[in-house]
Design a protein around this ligand. Sequence first.
Ligand code: FE2
Length: 460
Amino acid sequence: MSATVGEGFDRRAAALLRAAANDLKRDDDNAERDLGLEPGSFAEYTSGRRPVDWALLQRAAEVWPLNERDLLPIHDDCPTGLSVLRAKESEASSRVLARGGTDYYEYRDTAMSRIASYRPEWIRMLQVVGNDRADNPDVRWNRGHLLYQFTYFVGPVNYYYRWQGESYCVPMETGDSVWGLPFAPHSFTARGDAEPAYILALTYGGGLVGDAQRELAVLGRRAAHELALPVTRDATSADGQIRSFMAAGCVTPAELAARTGLPPERIRQLTGPGARAVPTQDELTVLADGLGVSVRDLLPPRSTSRHGVSIQHARDARSWVHPDEGRPAYRLTRLAGDPLHPHTSALQVDVLATADADSAPLATHQHQYLFVLGDAPVRISWERDGERRTDVLGPGDSAYTEPLVPVTFSAVTEAAPRVLMLRIGGHVTPDVRHALGAMAEQGIDRYIAEDRLWYSKEGN
Ligand SMILES: [Fe+2]
């Protein structure tokens, strides 16, 4: 393929082609016949000796029941495990967007990666308001957007959000943060122009972007509405999940009663139309048994958002030292989040370590975004493939780190650095991680880079 970024793109494309042919039970001869290739060439494509080109992808999508994107790998733009966007580069991306004829926001890109779905913007509020009214006509609302948004506030910023037609305004201070649901209109203004007023608007798709969105776009509006499961604050009712599994297994209420030993009346209370009953732990266990699933599959997630947002003010945010009081390397502050996204973690890191040697590694299963707040530079060390690297990030610099890359921070000058840390789960969800853990020997290696036909021509 042309216009590839980073190493290994062609190799990953070759592996995907082999994996797809295996899935369709095509050996080389059959694949060559289907795709109109000369004898011997399929092995060249799937070994990476000949690059998979667009014409081959189109042909494959034409004759096989798959999509071009199924055969397209992603680009690796972070080969060392960490990539940096300097404040200068961020400034160079500056653009001012007007709304209703007045300059409203200045946007600047910060560190992004093709490996992760988040879109972090530095945004300065250009509209100054004289009050905190949500109906202030100087406030220019957006229409909401697909991506979830975590926002960190710096300076006197007013935050406006709208939910079910009702508008709200919350005056924010430095260190406040908010997490918000997709497609809810919102806006930001400054309460003055004497000091900087800006936000770090870290938007991300979670599981919403990618394959699910494309699948639902084909299935249509009705299916998308029907597939939506309610989310509540207390996550009690399990009827949506139980009914889905009953339908999937063609299980009648009578059959579920027989399998679980629960009285038919109780099954009706738990799963009937308008069911409101909350299953007990014991009931969940027998229901999961009866349906042949895990208890976790019957439990809905909860959300603590109100009117579409979860607000965390700095004044009442939890804060603690890490790794321990005796040798504290960091003071961490928990920022806004929501149980609906257990794999999103937002933290403010105040760096107490004054030397690399006094620091402590922080690692996570999530993709990680870093932004240097305040005026102090920070030394950052990280490790990938046994190689340790160090860099100094200045104020306004930002970085992306791959999952599982351990990172340490320490001060460079007398001033204690402050780093904003947002971690988001990628497409490697708990379901995928459990699937990896359940694979047969060599499965994981072949899953990420299929290198062989699924059977041996020699028959052993
Ligand atoms: Fe937004």
